[in-house]
Ligand binder design. Sequence first.
Ligand SMILES: Cc1cc2nc3c(=O)[nH]c(=O)nc-3n(C[C@H](O)[C@H](O)[C@H](O)COP(=O)(O)O)c2cc1C
Length: 322
Amino acid sequence: MTVPFLLAPMAELSHRPLRELIEGFSGPGSGCDEYFTEMISAGPLLGGGPFESWYMDAGPCPERVVYQLVGSDPEQIVRAAILLDSRECLGIDINMGCAAPAIRRTGAGVAWMASIDKAGSLIARVRQVVKKRLSVKLRIGFEDDFDYLLNFCRRLEGEGVELVTLHPRTAGEKFKRSPRWDYVTALRRELHIPVAGNGDIASAADLLHRADMGGPVMVGRAAVRHPWIFAQARSAQAQGMALGARIDLEETALRFLELLTRYQPPEFHISRALRFFNYFCDNLKWAHYVKTLLNREKTPGGIERALRGYFGEHPEERYTKY
Ligand SMILES: Cc1cc2nc3c(=O)[nH]c(=O)nc-3n(C[C@H](O)[C@H](O)[C@H](O)COP(=O)(O)O)c2cc1C
């Protein structure tokens, strides 16, 4: 059974240029099945902020895009959900997992996990207005308490949520602590809806290993480091082994820059380029050095020159195999 592969919502990373890049490695139906967007704040979206049209750009495959909403005010979340649901997309996801202090403090993200009743009432209201697939992304909660997580998810399921994604760490845990994938398995056993698992997948082999557990799998940072990861895993599934395709890292890096300037507003170019290359440069032997070079640059043109200069000096770094 092939299980769906999902791109994780990641602020400043899960946008159209990354989707275009990932799609470029994939044949039809052979790459990433669902693209979650970076979280979109309900309030600014409704206020018609200057950048909201960029956040809502679901290209190049809107039918596989899931808009992720973040917010603390139920009224705003409901109205924002109506707005996004009216666009071409696969579904709407509510962020109940983000543990960044700036989000949590406002009562958004993982703060929703503090009260089953509040979260349940929010979902009941959102369910009434969302016609497309409704999903929730969450963590274990504030404590390492599986029973609480299960009750929380049962309530979501009862209110009409059709998919949950579990990033199995508690609200206070950073990436250092290993994710508890056994909680994903246990939750799948108890719920009637699909449970996507997410956390620390580093390679196509890891992705296939998690896919063998029998449910949707979501990949975040590794899909920025290796935008070919979904295509690689699918071809391995189809051929029964990993293909020895050659990836041109210089060409991939420059293609990303080109997509970024084509599909994002100038105000976003530098911050988003640096976010992306912070992960992508891990493919290179002198990653730290390249990141330092890029961090000095103030324009996409400067970043392009720095990348070309690096690959010019280190031609042996240009190709990687998967
Ligand atoms: C830079 C960055 C931004 C993120 N932004 C979001 C977000 O907007 N919404 C969300 O639900 N999770 C967000 N996350 C969490 C990821 O979706 C994912 O749960 C986490 O990175 C673990 O998956 P991974 O190990 O495959 O990266 C973010 C993570 C990172 C590293």
